[in-house]
Design a protein around this ligand. Structure first.
Ligand SMILES: *[C@@H]1O[C@H](CO)[C@@H](O)[C@H](O)[C@H]1NC(C)=O
Ligand SMILES: *[C@@H]1O[C@H](CO)[C@@H](O)[C@H](O)[C@H]1NC(C)=O
Ligand SMILES: *[C@@H]1O[C@H](CO)[C@@H](O)[C@H](O)[C@H]1NC(C)=O
Ligand SMILES: *[C@@H]1O[C@H](CO)[C@@H](O)[C@H](O)[C@H]1NC(C)=O
Ligand SMILES: *[C@@H]1O[C@H](CO)[C@@H](O)[C@H](O)[C@H]1NC(C)=O
Ligand SMILES: *[C@@H]1O[C@H](CO)[C@@H](O)[C@H](O)[C@H]1NC(C)=O
Ligand SMILES: *[C@@H]1O[C@H](CO)[C@@H](O)[C@H](O)[C@H]1NC(C)=O
Length: 580
């Protein structure tokens, strides 16, 4: 099966090529502790207020770290304990991470199906991307908190109740990289000190890396990462080099925040938001950039290995948070009802028809049915919330949507899209049907996006495609991960902020100015994660267009900019960037 797959696609699945049969036996043995009953993914049930049903919020890692105290102690100790669980155990850090990519083995009794490619379970670049990762983070969270509860019980009686309460309300933290693109301080030191049950304790920092228990076995996974006994970031810069990660993340910070804001404000349907998709911006696009830029050429950037880096769950918890916030705003369209086609994963053959009722393998619900996008649509069933979704104040869905829009504006909105420094035009009068029936807004301002697409099979992945003007100003980035490794990769990248912030001396932002400027100046660079450039001639499928959309900036802090329904596409020449 694997051999057949290999013959089809040139650059695909390098790791699979190198995987020896001895490892497959080892991996199979490792999963042979499979319980007869599947492990259900139900979330954490502790810490929920009895009277109100109020669920604890997953916290920003930087805030949780800054606050310190029992919850931080327990988070670190629980993560450390989880990483110490025997890799043969299905609820070990190793095996939970192993669901995503390598070692391509059955988990929770859900095996590889006939015709399925030899990769992990995770769907990328397809409809199930955002819903699949939701129960995945929940599984990790419920396992983590089970360790925290156990550890809390070991503290001396005078502090045990405090620690127990802290464990009960502990949830998986998130890394909000669009607000602060630097690596969280907590993940950058090799050792860390906490208050353990028997006093102050310095231990290997479980957020810094995961150290493989069987380096000899894990080394046979194949590929350039096998030389390292632990997960690693920025290999070329000395390994786990936070300075270099921060440098790279800083270079794309503007792109990250404008992409996130663009998804919130411009994407109208769940299926468009849910995965990197033609002519729509989705959270998967900035998600890809974090995989590539925070690790340079390291573990997180290689999709087969990425889930082993402790940054993975912090990153995916944040993606889940962005999706949950989007759902609260678009509560009438909180789940897709369209269909798609799978590119194929460990438990799903390529070509499978995908709907919101398709199984999210290998995750079972409390009734031991496989979860589906519908069963994970509402985060309330999993016993957590997010700080931005605090439902104390708003009592109606519209009230909550306003509240979340205000949070999005304050976290990710820029002045140029808001009312702060612009005199916004008068709102059209609402027709009788109510505010949803406004006529399309007049186009007093123009919004621009770059529409990029290319055939993945033409280039060695992962890569980043940069759109550059004036010999160095990057207007947009599209990172493409190694999976799926065939089919069309596409993204819709917001350009307005970069055009305005770039000191380009454009006399105005009208299409008559901006489109000719881009036609004459836009250049394309395709870079691998180790910084090598690939000539654009390698990818003749690469297409580039610029879209202009009329829009009205937001008028106050709880509204979003309004976009016109009519847009125009301008084909752009694909020109090689050749340095400054
Ligand atoms: C491992 O699992 C396979 C397939 O489920 C089973 O046939 C075999 O007996 C198991 N081996 C052990 C040692 O449990
Ligand atoms: C981390 O702690 C270990 C002992 O627990 C020590 O050997 C090592 O030098 C420390 N590493 C750093 C970078 O401080
Ligand atoms: C880490 O990366 C920075 C560049 O961001 C570099 O100056 C420094 O030498 C690197 N450190 C090591 C140990 O290689
Ligand atoms: C998507 O964008 C391309 C240009 O890149 C355009 O030709 C096509 O019509 C667009 N599709 C839709 C559905 O808007
Ligand atoms: C799908 O969802 C959209 C948005 O909520 C809705 O307008 C449409 O009627 C739905 N279609 C079907 C077939 O349910
Ligand atoms: C913008 O460009 C002008 C003239 O080209 C220059 O004087 C100024 O320093 C630039 N500002 C920034 C922030 O680069
Ligand atoms: C913001 O603007 C909307 C639409 O114009 C309006 O309904 C809402 O009351 C305003 N909110 C505030 C806080 O001014």
């Amino acid at each position: 099966m694997a051999g057949m797959w290999r013959n089809v696609v040139v650059f695909c699945l390098v790791a699979a090529t190198a995987l020896p049969s001895s490892l497959l036996v080892a991996a199979a043995q490792a999963t042979n502790t499979t319980a007869t009953t599947p492990i259900p993914v139900v979330g954490v049930k502790t810490g929920i207020e009895v009277n109100t049903g109020k669920r604890p919020a997953r916290q920003n890692i930087n805030k949780l770290y800054a606050r310190g105290g029992p919850q931080w102690d327990l988070y670190i100790l629980a993560l450390s304990a989880l990483q110490a669980v025997d890799e043969a155990d299905e609820l070990s850090y190793f095996q939970i991470a192993g669901i995503h990519g390598l070692p391509y083995s059955a988990w929770n009794g859900v095996g590889q199906v006939q015709g399925a490619p030899f990769i992990g379970y995770c769907p990328h670049g397809e409809l199930l991307f955002s819903t699949w990762h939701r129960p995945y983070v929940v599984l990790f969270e419920q396992t983590l908190v089970s360790h925290a509860l156990e550890i809390a019980g070991q503290y001396p009686p005078n502090v045990a109740p405090t620690y127990l309460a802290a464990a009960q309300t502990l949830r998986q933290p998130f890394w909000d990289w669009a607000s602060d693109p630097r690596l969280p301080d907590a993940v950058t030191t090799a050792n860390t000190t906490v208050n353990g049950p028997t006093g102050k304790l310095t231990l290997r920092n479980p957020l810094y890396s995961y150290r493989f228990q069987r380096p000899a076995v894990e080394a046979s996974f194949g590929g350039p990462l096998t030389r390292y006994p632990e997960t690693i970031r920025c290999i070329g810069q000395g390994g786990n080099n936070a300075t270099e990660s921060d440098h790279l993340l800083g270079s794309v910070a503007g792109g990250l925040v404008s992409m996130v804001y663009d998804v919130f404000t411009r994407t109208k349907t769940f299926e468009a938001m849910a995965y990197a998709n033609r002519n729509w911006s989705s959270f998967e696009s900035p998600h890809n950039m974090i995989h590539v830029y925070s690790s340079c050429d390291g573990t997180l950037g290689h999709i087969d290995w990425s889930a082993f880096d402790p940054l993975f769950m912090l990153h995916h918890c944040n993606i889940d948070r962005l999706v949950a916030m989007w759902q609260a705003i678009h509560y009438k369209d909180a789940m897709f009802n369209t269909t798609g086609v799978s590119t194929g994963e460990f438990g799903t053959p390529p070509g499978t028809h995908i709907t919101a009722d398709s199984p999210l393998k290998p995750f079972f619900d409390g009734n031991l049915n496989l979860h589906t996008s519908k069963s994970v649509a509402d985060i309330r069933v999993f016993g957590y919330t997010y700080p931005e979704l605090d439902e104390d104040e708003p009592t109606t869905p519209d009230g909550l949507a306003d509240h979340v829009r205000a949070q999005v504006n304050s976290l990710y909105g820029s002045d140029t899209q808001g009312a702060k420094h612009l005199s916004a035009p008068a709102q059209p009068k609402p027709p009788a049907g109510g505010k949803d029936d406004y006529p399309p807004p007049p186009p007093p301002a123009c919004y621009y996006t770059a529409e990029i697409s290319l055939d993945r099979a033409q280039i060695p992945l992962p890569v980043t495609v940069n759109l550059i003007v004036h010999g160095g100003l990057v207007l947009g980035h599209m990172s493409i991960l190694a999976l799926p490794c065939e089919g069309t990769a596409s993204a819709s990248l917001p350009l307005r902020e970069a055009l305005l912030g770039g000191n380009l001396s454009l006399p105005d932002m009208t299409p008559a100015t901006v489109i000719p400027f881009l036609e004459q100046n836009l250049e394309v660079q395709i870079s691998t994660s180790d910084g090598t450039d690939i000539p654009i001639l390698t990818a003749p499928s690469l297409q580039l267009a610029v879209q202009d959309i009329g829009f009205v900036p937001r008028t106050n802090d709880s509204t979003f900019p309004r976009f016109g329904d009519t847009t125009r596409f301008w084909a752009m020449p694909v020109r090689q960037y050749d340095g400054c």
